[in-house]
Every structure is written in C-alpha cells, then in structure tokens.
Design a protein around this ligand. Sequence first.
Ligand SMILES: C[S@@+](CC[C@H](N)C(=O)[O-])C[C@H]1O[C@@H](n2cnc3c(N)ncnc32)[C@H](O)[C@@H]1O
Length: 287
Amino acid sequence: MSKSRPNILQKELKGELHTSKHGVIYHGDCLELLGVIRSESIDCVFADPPFNLRKRYGPRAVDNTSADKYSHWCERWMSECVRALKPGGAIFVYHITKWALRLGSLIENNGLVFRHWIAVSMKNNYPRGNGLYPAHYALLYFTKGKPRVFNKLRIPIPACRHCGKEIKDYGGHRGKLKEEGLNLSDFWEDTSPVRHRKFKKREANELNPMIPERAILMSTKPEDIVFDPFGGGGSSYMVAEKNNRFWIGSEIEDCSPILERLEEQTGVTFNQIPERRITEVFQKQWW
Ligand SMILES: C[S@@+](CC[C@H](N)C(=O)[O-])C[C@H]1O[C@@H](n2cnc3c(N)ncnc32)[C@H](O)[C@@H]1O
C-alpha cells in the first residue's frame, strides 16, 4: 500500500475520506459529501437507501422515522443527486414499490425523464395482512434529458436450476439466442439476494452485485463516474471498479467492510491520490 498522503478536502468534512486511484468513499452523511460535489459532474447515480423499515445498520443510520420526515430526507438527497448529475446522465433508485411510487414522482418533479420501472424479483417474502404477496422491488431508472449512453445488455437464456434445460421454447431463433443471449428486459428474475454469510460483508443489506452492475453497464461507458450515496457493503463501487468506471460514495456506518471487500475482490489500494477525473468532481482544487 502506498504511503498515506494528507489532502485538504479532509479538513472540510467531518468524517474520514478513503481515497484510491479510481474511487473515493466518505465515512459520513451523504448530504455532506454531496455538498462538496460540483453540479453536473456525475454520469450515473445508483441509490439503494435505507427503506425506513427499522433495520439496524448501526448506531448512526436512521431507519425508523415518520413517513413525512423520511420523504423530506429522500427529497433532499435526491435533489442533490440530480444537481450533481450531468445532462444525459442516469439515476437509478432501488426501493420497495410503495416508496418507489413516491420517489419516482419526486425525481420527475426535479425535471428528469422516466425510462423504466424495473421489477427486481423478491425471494422468500411473506404475505402481509389482507394484501397481495409482495414479489418484487422496484429499480427506478430516470435520465437527465435524453440519455447520453444506453448500452443494450444481453443475458444468457434462462435454464432450469434442476435439469439444466431451457425454460422457454425459442423455436427457430434458439441457435442465435444461445450465442448472443436474450435482450435484457425490465423484469429481473435472476438477481437473487446475497444470502450466504461467507459472501456477505454486511448483515442487514447488500444487493446482488448484478443489480448495480447492470445499471452501470447499461448507462455508462468506461471511465465514466458513478456515485452511490449509500455504500452498505460496497456492491456498486466493486462493480464500477471491475468494469473500469470511476466511483464516489458515502457510508454513514463503519466503512471497513467496504474497504476490505474492494481490497480483497478488486485489488484496490487506499490512501492514494485519486486520478484527475475524480478530483475534478469536487468543488475546489483540493488534491
Ligand atoms: C440498503 S443499504 C445499501 C446496500 C448497498 N447497496 C450494497 O449493496 O451493499 C443502505 C446503507 O445506507 C447507509 N446510510 C444510511 N443513512 C445514510 C446517510 N445519511 N449517508 C450515508 N449512508 C447512509 C446505511 O448505513 C446502509 O449501509
């Protein structure tokens, strides 16, 4: 690991900044970090916020507040993310459907253009009261005007977990589809949660990395900058690094699970001066 170098930005923020060549993680509140980010400097935002469902992330994160306060807080970080987004940039927000509906209208009120409501299959949930069994999360996808990048993604033909045979009959197209894969739709059934402790860095959260990875790959090109305000176990930073994108984000609780994951799984080293592409995102010439 390279020698630790001081940077001036650190003095202007309350928490600690962890910097690598391609990424920066702020140990603190996302609104503080957003406060030092330039307008129209980010290519893609991926946000998987606390859902206000009384999860215990740690001593600092609040996940049990009134619906009004929660909505107000979401509006604050969301409008800051929209300000930071470049024209043509993309924003993805992952949430339960009830809140996705409200957050979607907040994003639209901020002037963004709706692209997709991606239904992400929810496994092993329980029926609640006299309602329907909840079977999906929403991944909202908006852009700031016309999308700057849209890459069509393809996925392998789905096969039965038990017998390995294809689930659908593709008739005469099968050969081509087998080779090229299916076009990705807005219904993702193959993104089951990270279950096994061995593969998890945090207990109460952590998405299957495939979810942020698809969002990033469809909406950015190499060397673009991805921002994730809610680091959790660092899934989005990890896939950004693996796919040659720059990444910036925050986590209000202990950041060591993120740092360890990045070091172990992508070979990132911290205490480095970030490349110019990253330093330019901040409001002053800090490094
Ligand atoms: C649902 S988790 C994100 C999981 C992440 N997408 C992953 O796959 O690992 C939400 C995270 O946001 C963090 N958090 C809550 N409030 C925050 C805030 N104001 N600023 C930054 N992070 C916050 C929580 O501690 C929690 O780790």
